[in-house]
Design a protein around this ligand. Structure first.
Ligand SMILES: [Zn+2]
Ligand SMILES: [Zn+2]
Length: 461
């Protein structure tokens, strides 16, 4: 645990705070108002120079973004208190309960009572203002995973006292073989299997099958014949995928150069060649502002986060976002009945670098929005993020998945293709194995058209 980590590379030493400055820079006017046109050009370019004449450093020399986070962690207890393993119907006490997707409610199989768990922010007071966050606050379901905690959990049945084994690698529930109650893993275990919250499926299996069928049908022409022959959308599986959701109270400082174009002209360079030259005013630019990040969603399974292994899946899952994270409810294992789930295996520390990258991207966009007068853009060469506080919870998000394994080459060389449906919005995206011949045919035709148009364009230039 490193509570004063440098983001970007948790193990690295903090770089020197100053970038290299190969030439002295005139200072920008302090407190520059982006709405006002610049009045003090710091450097007028001579004609004939390249558009970006001075560069403080090469990209390789950029110091990595700095990130500091004080104190912590403090834990928020999100456990249900149901240590007897019985997640009962509040009306009749039965443990035969599952999610009714049509309503998003838990339904008792015995008395038909329907209810839902409280929203996670209300249940555990996670909705205090982000601007007040200090240090690191973590839900108990997002705590550090212990390598030595087994997936197999022994629960003592609260009804009859028998000891029942639940393999949390496969299911979060098991039936007591003596009294036939369903026992649920409801306490947060330090093995990553029990999250703080769950966003229940609200898109039905039937809708998912329709969406997947429509997606594949519209791509049938290009799809590999073996895929089309074997397409069986009823094999869709509902999966809860693990994510960490973070709120952050941060302060960003960005330093860079911004340019405003002041003129351009064509200059002949020999017989048939000419080049456009640009004049630009170049400004040193700094931006310093507070940044509140609400519900940044990050994959917490290393298989999903590893872009090289599961490239298709990751892009697919990213493409069906966003989820309505606000509707996440307190964890109850009965939401998982009939679905599969994937265990979280990344800790907050392991996800920090991605959280920092994402937060800096947001900061860059914000800073750019506040400086639109610079029509030739901004190059940021130093970025610092001071995080006053973060709040982390682990959640399960619902995805309907249709998968297809495409064998290629030797064993283990195949590609897994997925069509995924957002279990809340129905948004559908996927990857379908391609029939190479048809795709090459089409792209050759496009290439010829492109060449002809390109030829015309250069005649009229
Ligand atoms: Zn009941
Ligand atoms: Zn029992």
């Amino acid at each position: 645990m490193n509570d004063n980590a440098t983001w970007g590379d948790p193990g690295a030493q903090a770089p020197p705070p100053q970038p290299q400055q190969p030439q002295p820079q005139p200072q920008p006017q302090p407190g520059f108002d982006p709405a006002q046109p610049p009045i003090d050009p710091t450097q007028q370019q001579a004609p004939g120079q390249s558009p970006i004449p001075h560069q403080p450093t090469t990209p390789d020399q950029f110091p990595p973004p700095q990130f500091e986070e004080p104190d912590g962690p403090a834990y928020i207890d999100t456990s249900s208190g149901k240590s007897d393993g019985l997640d009962k119907c509040p009306r009749c006490g039965s443990t035969e309960i599952s999610l009714r997707t049509q309503t998003g409610m838990l339904t008792c199989h015995f008395c038909r009572y329907e209810w839902h768990e409280a929203r996670i922010d209300e249940a555990f007071a996670l909705n205090s203002p982000i601007g007040d966050l200090r240090g690191r606050v973590i839900g108990t379901g997002a705590g550090t995973i212990s390598e030595d905690v087994s997936e197999v959990l022994t629960l003592r049945c609260g009804a009859c006292g028998a000891e029942v084994v639940v393999n949390t690698g496969e299911a979060m529930q098991a039936r007591c073989h003596w009294c036939r109650n369903t026992l649920s893993a409801s306490e947060q275990l330090p093995n990553g299997a029990v999250p703080d919250g769950v966003l229940p499926f609200s898109v039905t299996r039937e809708t998912a099958i329709e969406n997947i069928s429509a997606f594949v049908k519209s791509r049938k022409f290009f799809a590999h014949p073996a895929f089309v022959r074997g397409f069986e959308p009823t094999e869709v599986v509902g999966v809860y995928l693990p994510y960490l959701v973070v709120d952050a109270n941060a302060h960003a400082e960005l330093h860079g150069e911004a340019e405003i174009e002041t003129g351009r002209r064509r200059v002949s360079r020999g017989d048939n060649d000419s080049v456009t030259l640009y004049d630009a005013d170049v400004y040193d630019m700094s931006r310093s502002f507070d940044l509140l990040v609400d519900d940044l969603v990050l994959e917490s399974s290393s298989e999903r986060a590893d872009m090289s292994m599961f490239r298709n899946t990751n892009n697919v899952i990213n493409a069906i976002q966003p989820f309505d994270i606000d509707a996440t409810v307190a964890y109850n294992a009965n939401y998982l009945r009939g679905f599969t789930s994937e265990k979280r295996n990344l800790d907050v520390d392991g996800i920090m670098p991605r959280a920092a990258d994402a937060t800096l991207s947001i900061a860059r966009v914000r800073a750019g929005e506040a400086a639109q007068a610079y029509d030739r853009g901004i190059r940021w060469y130093r970025e610092e993020l001071t995080v006053h506080g973060t709040r982390w919870v682990s959640v399960y998000l619902p995805v309907w998945l249709y998968s297809y394994y495409q064998p290629r080459g030797g064993a283990g060389q195949g590609l897994v293709h997925y069509v995924a449906v957002n279990g809340r919005t129905g948004e559908t995206m996927g990857s379908v194995p391609i029939r190479q011949g048809r795709l090459i045919g089409i792209s050759v035709a496009i290439g010829i058209v492109g060449t002809v148009l390109g030829g015309l364009a250069s005649i009229f230039m």
